[in-house]
Design a protein around this ligand. Structure first.
Ligand code: B30
Ligand code: ZN
Length: 269
C-alpha cells in the first residue's frame, strides 16, 4: 500500500493520493495550518520528556535518498532516544528515523504552517510506541506513532548546528534516489537544543496522520514552536537531491487542504 505516489500537480500527486491509499481521503489528515488564536492551552501536555540513550544524543545510521525525503534510519543498537509523558501518557515511544521536508525557495518548504506562514523546511523525528514490537507494526495503529516536527528557518552559515551541517554533507553524497551513506556523528541535542528539556519548550500537539501515502491516522503530532536555524548552504545541499523523475526533491511538502475535520490543537505555554 502507498507505492507509486509523488508530489506536484501531475499524475499521482496529492490530489490523487486517495486513489493510492484510501486513508488519504480520511478526515484527520496532516499537515495542518496552526492558527495560533484557536489553539487551546492544555496543562495535560506537561511533562513530555525526550531522553537519549547517551549523553549528547549521539546517533548513527544510514542516510538514504528514498526519492521523497533524505532520511536517517537510526541504528538503534548504537543508541536512540525515547519520548514519553505529556500527551503520550505512560506510553513510551522510540526514535526510528528522522527526515527533512524543504522548499525550492526559502519562503516555503515546511509541511505545517503557522498562521498561514511556511518556514524553509521541517525536520521530522519519527518515533513508534514500544507497546508494539517494531515500527512496521505500529505504523497504522491509532496510538502507533508520535512525530516531533521542528521548523527550519533560513539564517547565517554559523548559526546552523554542527549536526545539521554534517547531515547536509551526507546528503551531498546521496543525490540519486535509492542511494545511501553511513552517518556516524549526529548529536540530537546539538541538532535540536529544545529536546534537552521538552517540559520547558512550547509546542503544539494534535492527533493527525502520516503526511504522505499511506496517510495512516496514527500520529500524535508534537510541533515545536521555535525553529532551528538552517543556512543557505545547508538548504542548497538539500535542494540538490533528486527524486525518481530526476527532478530536484525540493517542495517535498504535502499541501494543507487534505484535512476536513477541525483538528483539536493544544499548546503548552
Ligand atoms: S511523516 O513524518 O508524517 N512525514 C512515514 C513516516 C513518517 C511520515 C510519513 C511516512 C512512513 O513510514 N511511510 C511508510 C514507509 N515508506 C517507506 C519509506 O521509508 O519512505 C513507504 C512509502 O513511502 O511508500 Cu516513503
Ligand atoms: Zn515527514
Amino acid at each position: 500500500e502507498g507505492a507509486g505516489w509523488k508530489y506536484g500537480t501531475t499524475g499521482y500527486g496529492p490530489d490523487d493520493w486517495g486513489k493510492v491509499s484510501a486513508h488519504c481521503s480520511e478526515s484527520a489528515q496532516s499537515p495542518i495550518n496552526i492558527e495560533t488564536s484557536t489553539v487551546k492551552k492544555n496543562s495535560n501536555l506537561k511533562g513530555l520528556r525526550f531522553t537519549c540513550d547517551n549523553k549528547y544524543g549521539k546517533v548513527s545510521g544510514k542516510m538514504v535518498n528514498n526519492g521523497h525525503a533524505p532520511t536517517l534510519v537510526i541504528n538503534k543498537v548504537e543508541g536512540t532516544a525515547k519520548l514519553t509523558g505529556g500527551p503520550l501518557g505512560d506510553n513510551v515511544y522510540r526514535l526510528q528515523q528522522l527526515h527533512f521536508h524543504f522548499g525550492c525557495d526559502d519562503d516555503k518548504g515546511s509541511e505545517h504552517t503557522v498562521n498561514g506562514e511556511a518556514y524553509s523546511g521541517e525536520l521530522h523525528l519519527v518515533t513508534y510506541n514500544t507497546k508494539y514490537p517494531d515500527f512496521a507494526t505500529a505504523v497504522d495503529k491509532p496510538d502507533g506513532l508520535s512525530v516531533i516536527g521542528v521548523f527550519l528557518q533560513e539564517d547565517d552559515d554559523d548559526k546552523a548546528s554542527y549536526s545539521l551541517r554534517m547531515l547536509s554533507n551526507a546528503m551531498w553524497r546521496i543525490r540519486e534516489p535509492d542511494t545511501g551513506v553511513m552517518v556516524r556523528r549526529t548529536f540530537l541535542y546539538n541538532l535540536v537544543p529544545q529536546l534537552k528539556d521538552l517540559s520547558r519548550t512550547s509546542f503544539y500537539s494534535y492527533k493527525g496522520s502520516l503526511t504522505t501515502p499511506p496517510c495512516y491516522q496514527s500520529v500524535n503530532w508534537i510541533v515545536l514552536k521555535r525553529p532551528i536555524p538552517a543556512s543557505e548552504s545547508v538548504l542548497k545541499k538539500m535542494r540538490r537531491l533528486r527524486d525518481h523523475e530526476e527532478h530536484s526533491m525540493c517542495e517535498n511538502c504535502s499541501p494543507l487542504n487534505r484535512s476536513t475535520a477541525a483538528l483539536c490543537l493544544n499548546t503548552l505555554d
